[in-house]
Design a protein around this ligand. Structure first.
Ligand SMILES: NC(=O)c1ccc[n+]([C@@H]2O[C@H](COP(=O)([O-])OP(=O)(O)OC[C@H]3O[C@@H](n4cnc5c(N)ncnc54)[C@H](O)[C@@H]3O)[C@@H](O)[C@H]2O)c1
Length: 398
């Protein structure tokens, strides 16, 4: 019988999410040949007491578990040698700040399966928190615009107990004439669209968004083919773009002068063209005043993302001429919402959503072992870098 441990998060700032809720743990123990143990924790969004009430053992030492589930990067000092871990390691893009973590995973003969690398055959990611990042990020972007213009007021998401309660706060919300560009096609984009619809903002097609004058607030949803075209053929192919994004131009610039708020959820890496360049924000037709960069790649698809803000203080300004950080809501600045742990504002809903995907798509493979999905997401196996991730050799110090 497999024993799964839910570890206490150790990253600073503290993360209050968890991979399985008490009700999900109870269901798993009743229906599958799995035992779950939960490491004591005072800041988790589900209290130890809730796990105990669900019949789950809560203890400090979970060293007797076969598989340990976390969320964020596990601090090096908390890694238990020889164990199998699943968490978001943020090492696959050779992120410098996690190099030491990967090196320790190797030296401690650990097996690391990264949630981010669990993919269907066509490369679509299987599990993630993106939906609630999209929800919280879209809300925060709208809130920032309301604060800047004084046209409406939205409160903070984390002050609501649940997504359901957040929805109630939208009752009676009256928005001014607004044009919003939503980018991306994954979970984050779906969360953004959920908020657009809950706020009863109408969707406009890309061509009418550019040409028509509306007397009500609208958003446009820009996906792959609306955003990128091959430099030679002027066409978009998903496979072609994923394999060679450097052969593509970005088409976002034509939307800039028509847009007040950008809610960004695109996937980005170094070779993918940015939505615009830093020089563009100096131009008079750069009318966007508020950007929620939910993708949150510093100097990535949104170049004026000049670093992360925090949940407590999520918005900063960027001066349009100097590109330097300012306080938010200044006349000559663009407001940026860039926070790396957005789902933490709705941790119970986000954890439930994550756990459901984990149970539905991954748990059986974990129990049986040896599946292609798990194998392909295994960065380190018993202290050895796997073939799939051989390109990390130098980064891993081997
Ligand atoms: N700020 C936060 O708290 C937070 C939380 C979750 C996700 N994110 C970030 O938001 C971004 C989007 O996340 P998501 O959950 O929507 O992801 P997702 O995996 O659900 O969707 C990503 C989309 O990007 C496309 N894509 C995937 N690989 C690609 C590639 N190599 N080249 C081009 N396109 C590719 C996919 O087709 C898919 O439509 C990611 O960068 C993620 O790290 C941020």
């Amino acid at each position: 019988m497999l024993t799964i441990g839910l570890i206490r998060e150790g990253k600073i700032p503290p993360d209050n999410r968890v991979a399985l809720t008490p009700a999900q743990c109870k269901w798993i123990q009743q229906n599958l040949s799995v035992t779950i143990k939960v490491q004591q924790c005072e800041i988790r969004c589900f209290k130890d007491r809730e796990y105990i009430e669900a019949g789950i053992e809560v203890k400090e030492d979970i060293g007797d578990c076969d598989v340990l589930l976390g969320i964020k990067e596990v601090p090096v000092g908390m890694l238990i040698p020889g164990k199998t871990y699943l968490f978001f390691s943020h090492t696959k893009k050779m992120q410098p700040y996690n190099q030491k973590l990967l090196q320790n995973i190797i030296s401690k003969k650990i097996t690391l399966i990264d949630y981010e690398c669990l993919e269907h055959d066509d490369g679509t990611r299987i599990i993630g928190f993106g939906f609630f990042a999209g929800v919280v990020g879209a809300h925060n972007g709208m809130m920032a615009y309301g604060n800047r213009t004084g046209a409406f007021k939205l409160g903070r998401v984390y002050k609501q107990k649940s997504f359901q309660q957040l929805i109630h706060t939208y009752f009676g919300l009256q928005l001014p004439l607004l044009k919003i560009a939503v980018t991306g096609s994954g979970r984050v984009a779906h969360g953004i669209l959920e908020v657009m619809n809950l706020m009863e903002i109408h969707e406009a097609e890309p061509d009418e968004y550019l040409e028509k004058k509306f007397d009500y607030p609208v958003y446009v949803h820009l996906k792959g083919a609306d955003l990128y075209e091959d430099k030679l053929t002027c066409k978009y192919s998903r496979i072609g773009f994923h394999e060679h994004p450097e052969n593509y131009n970005c088409l976002f610039k034509k939307y800039i002068s028509e847009t007040d708020i950008l809610l960004n959820g695109v996937y980005w890496e170094e070779k993918i063209p940015r939505l615009f360049e830093m020089v563009d924000i100096k131009k008079p037709d750069f009318t966007i005043t508020t950007i929620a960069d939910i993708s949150d790649d510093r100097n990535g698809s949104v170049p004026c993302n000049i670093g992360d803000a925090t949940m407590e203080d999520p918005i900063y300004g960027v001066d349009k001429l100097t590109g330097k950080k300012t306080i938010p809501y200044l006349e000559n600045s663009i407001d940026i919402m860039a926070v790396g742990n957005l789902p933490n504002e709705l941790p119970r809903d986000a954890s439930r959503y994550f756990g459901e995907q984990l149970i539905k798509f991954i748990l059986n493979d974990l129990i049986k072992g040896g599946s292609k999905i798990i194998t392909n997401a295994t960065i380190v196996k018993e202290g050895n870098l796997t073939n799939e991730f051989g390109y990390l050799k130098e980064y891993a110090g081997l």
